[in-house]
Design a binder for this molecule. Structure first.
Ligand code: HEC
Length: 119
């Protein structure tokens, strides 16, 4: 309990202290990211805020993802990791159920910026 409270306090401090902080992705556009997510069909496997249908359940809900500290429970939720994850998760975790998505690096940066808006 106590450890959890401390962790929460640390996370909260980290979040409130980010003018251009660690989760900013230079030049990326969250609105474009949402369009890429629609086009690629992320929602076929993820419940996805901003996409009403489908609401797939093969992967975790993306609601609140911007507030998570880990990607898939094992990688620090930092821009470089997230950009790589949404493009090619199996290159990071060969056993994962999340497929490579064949989007471009620029699209992946937009998608990551959009994911960080999900609070
Ligand atoms: C074929 C199904 C499938 C598709 C399509 C898919 N994902 Fe996933 N995704 C998964 C699964 C399964 C996991 C859980 C992976 C794990 O734990 O190893 C996951 C995990 C994730 C995570 C980590 C979530 C967390 O809470 O840690 C993110 C972020 C993510 N996906 C984003 C996306 C985005 C963005 C797209 C579209 C570009 C997408 N996914 C397309 C199946 C999919």
């Amino acid at each position: 309990m106590k450890g959890r409270a401390v962790l929460l306090a640390l996370l909260t401090a980290a979040c409130s202290d980010k003018s251009g902080g660690p989760r900013e992705i230079a030049g990326a556009d969250p609105a474009r990211g949402l369009e890429v997510a629609r086009k690629v069909g992320c929602a076929a496997c993820h419940e996805t805020p901003g996409i009403a249908w489908p609401r797939g359940a093969a992967g975790p809900s993306l609601e609140g993802f911007g507030g998570r500290s880990l990607i898939a429970g094992r990688f620090p939720n930092q821009p470089d990791n997230l950009v790589r994850w949404v493009r090619d998760a199996p290159s990071m975790a060969p056993e994962t159920g999340m497929p490579a998505t064949r989007i471009t690096e620029a699209e992946a940066r937009d998608v990551a910026a959009w994911l960080y808006t999900l609070q």
